[in-house]
Design a protein around this ligand. Structure first.
Ligand SMILES: C[S@@+](CC[C@H](N)C(=O)[O-])C[C@H]1O[C@@H](n2cnc3c(N)ncnc32)[C@H](O)[C@@H]1O
Length: 247
């Protein structure tokens, strides 16, 4: 039988959950303190679904190491879980910068960094639509993770590309550097926004959700079509977009 690009969906939620748990258990584990922090946030906060899942965190750490990333910029840090994962992946001689809108989230994140003895993460509080373009890193980042408000994704990409021109002494992303963007399929609604998609009901009354889908389609197309990028959209988790900066 010919293989197709149809995403492998599991027959029901129970099987899908078993596959997720099995995959998590058969991937290199995160350090115990990070697993505990993830569990603590899930148990203590109603907005904990902002965080990447444990398996996605394992995959981020794997990719960062496989890419040899030592300097990582994260747009959207929430209470610092994914930043802790990046800090773990880059090691003590690496550096992580997070951009986070909420002072409250940034404070919780900074407390967590202190509690876990992590000294190589800095959170810049403010609207990343403004702070991103003001960054002038001494050395460019190896990897930029986009995980803030979905309507901002096209602007973040524009600012990353504009801030990473060949020859610039303060470029954001190095040549060959990687962009990873989370939630680019948004419960499959980005690819299939029709009423036949069972997830359609989740967003039909929310204007911002429709704006998010439009922005994500624009972002995905820009990632795929910009001649400075090589792109890959993987239908895993909530859709993860990858791009490699060629120049
Ligand atoms: C999905 S959460 C990030 C989760 C985090 N990466 C993790 O996995 O642990 C998105 C975060 O982006 C932040 N955010 C939203 N809009 C932003 C903006 N314009 N500038 C900076 N941060 C923003 C939100 O406050 C929220 O904390």
């Amino acid at each position: 039988m010919t293989k197709t690009t149809t995403a492998a969906l599991y027959p029901n939620a129970k099987v899908a959950a078993e596959v997720g748990t099995y995959s998590e258990q058969n991937s290199t584990s995160l350090p115990k303190n990070l697993i505990e922090y993830h569990d603590f946030i899930v148990e203590s906060r109603s907005d904990s679904d902002y965080m990447v899942s444990s398996l996605q965190a394992q995959s981020l750490a794997f990719f960062a190491r496989a890419f040899g990333a030592k300097r990582i910029l994260e747009i959207g840090s929430y209470v610092g879980f994914s930043a802790l994962v990046w800090a773990h992946a880059v090691g003590q001689d690496g550096k992580v910068t997070g951009l986070e809108f909420s002072e409250e989230y940034a404070k919780i994140a900074n407390e967590a960094f202190e509690k876990h003895g992590v000294k190589n993460v800095e959170i810049i509080v403010g609207d990343a639509l403004q702070t991103l373009s003001t960054l002038k890193p001494e050395e460019p980042y190896d990897l930029i993770f986009i995980d803030a408000q979905k309507s901002g994704y096209p602007d973040y990409l524009r600012d990353i590309l504009a801030g990473s021109r060949p020859g610039s002494t303060t470029r954001l992303l190095r040549p060959g550097g990687i962009i990873i963007a989370d939630n680019v399929l948004r419960r499959a609604l980005v690819a299939d926004g029709s009423e036949e998609n069972p997830n359609w009901g989740l967003q039909r009354h929310v204007k911002t959700a429709e704006d998010d889908l439009t922005a994500l389609r624009k972002f995905n197309a820009a990632l795929a079509n910009d001649e400075r990028l090589e792109a890959l959209l993987l239908p895993v988790f909530d859709g993860v977009g990858f791009a490699r900066l060629l120049d």
